[in-house]
Design a protein around this ligand. Structure first.
Ligand code: NAD
Ligand code: AHE
Ligand code: ZN
Length: 369
């Protein structure tokens, strides 16, 4: 079938809106009609050419919601008409990782997903007869996409796709990082570095966890109003100080914060986030994605004196078993999604969404088909 899609033909080039061919779903696969998709910084990261797994041409996008159109052989958990959120972190329930009960990092389709192909090693997209790679097992920048059955969360059909698509990545990642990875407790102090979709979701999660002080850090002060609205108690712009931001936060708090979260993808800020964690027990969670060749560093003494460095993917959330419940929470108003949607744009204007992100003018642009 034909599908309108925004194709990344080459790194660093704008997406091109073209009509691609989409092959039917094979065994264990599902054809989805995407209704909405958010644009996450990770899409921009891969488009920039910095992603070691970046492949071109590809159809990016991993924060979508849609409806099942057709199922391939053997698919039993979803049927045409079901409303779904594609998952870049699958949940097969059977692999070593799923069965461990310790992680959401299912490996059922991860190896092929990272190579831009379906689990059988082939692609379902083509343009003028040339293959186009899949992306993160989702490719939500195509109106019709094919994903593995294990990469689909079935959600309440009454959910508003324009908002719940953000649970496909950004909001779930931030909220999940607080509850599943850091396990923030009532009264704990928190510092959040980077106030995009991820950082603001961390703040929302911290407020849900009844954190005490929530220190929001960004070099763009236009983000502070929304940060306060979500629950930040202090907003700090590192540019306002002539000393290191970790020193500023340690001085603000006495000994540092109980939990810090890096939501930017900057290895220098990752260091600052670790070093502003409390002596003896403070922990720092890396959420941001850093480019090929980048490495983190700190004095080992920072760890010797009790700080812990952690990381999280999709906020530790198991997509098929936990995401439907988060959609229900959003429908009950227990997760706030509307303030994240600063812009809505048709697919044809998707490159504006990337411009708005780079200019610091958006939190989330949501694309509709
Ligand atoms: P975004 O671009 O919307 O927000 C980033 C924010 O960081 C902006 O507000 C920007 O002003 C701020 N910033 C940039 N440099 C800064 C600095 N030096 N000090 C303080 N603030 C600074 O991005 P996003 O969509 O919220 O994504 C954030 C990061 O999280 C990205 O690296 C993305 O790839 C990553 N991510 C990771 C996961 C995961 O599962 N681990 C999931 C989603 C996104
Ligand atoms: N491909 C990159 C890593 C990118 C990355 O870390 N992705 C995050 C999700 S970002 C969503 O916006 C993630 O979940 N990683 C775990 C996984 O299995 O992909 C690289 O460095 O190769
Ligand atoms: Zn994302």
């Amino acid at each position: 079938m034909k599908s309108r899609a925004a194709v990344a033909f080459a790194a660093g080039k704008p997406l091109e809106i073209v009509e691609v061919d989409v092959a039917p779903p094979k065994k264990g696969e599902v054809l989805i009609k995407i209704s909405h998709t958010g644009v996450c910084h990770t899409d921009a990261f891969t488009l920039s050419g910095d992603d070691p797994e970046g492949l071109f041409p590809a159809i990016l996008g991993h924060e979508g919601a849609g409806v099942v159109v057709e199922v391939g052989e053997g698919v039993t958990s979803v049927a045409p008409g079901d409303h779904v959120i594609p998952l870049y972190t699958a949940e097969c329930g059977e692999c070593l990782f799923c069965k461990s009960g310790k992680t959401n990092l299912c490996v059922a389709v991860r190896a092929t997903q990272g190579k831009g192909v379906m689990p059988d090693g082939t692609v379902r997209f083509s343009y003028n007869g040339q293959p186009i790679y899949h992306y993160m097992g989702c490719s939500t920048f195509s109106e019709y996409t094919v994903v593995a059955e294990v990469s689909l969360a079935k959600i309440n059909p009454a959910a508003n796709h324009e908002e719940v698509c953000l649970l496909g990545c950004g909001v779930t990642t931030g909220i999940g990082a607080v509850h599943n990875t850091a396990k923030v407790q009532p009264g704990d102090s928190v510092a959040v570095f980077g106030l995009g979709g991820i950082g603001l979701a961390v703040i929302q999660g911290a407020r849900q966890a009844k954190a005490g002080r929530i220190i929001a850090v960004d070099t763009n002060p236009t983000k502070f109003d929304l940060a306060r609205q979500f629950g930040a108690t202090d907003c700090v712009n590192p540019k306002d100080y002539d000393k290191l931001i970790q020193q500023v936060i340690v001085e603000m708090t006495g000994w540092g914060v109980d939990h810090s979260f890096e939501c930017i993808g900057n290895v220098n800020v990752m260091r600052a986030a670790l070093e502003c964690a409390h002596r003896g027990w403070g922990q720092s969670v890396i959420i941001g994605v850093a480019g090929a060749g980048q490495e983190i560093s700190t004095r080992p003494f920072q760890l010797v004196t009790g700080r812990t460095w952690k990381g999280t993917a999709f906020g530790g959330v198991k997509g098929r078993s936990q995401l439907p419940g988060m959609v229900e929470e959003a429908m009950r108003g227990e997760i706030e999604l509307a303030p994240f949607v600063t812009h809505t744009l048709p697919l044809e204007r998707i490159n504006e969404a990337f411009d708005l992100m780079h200019e610091g003018k958006s939190i989330r642009s949501v694309i509709h088909y």
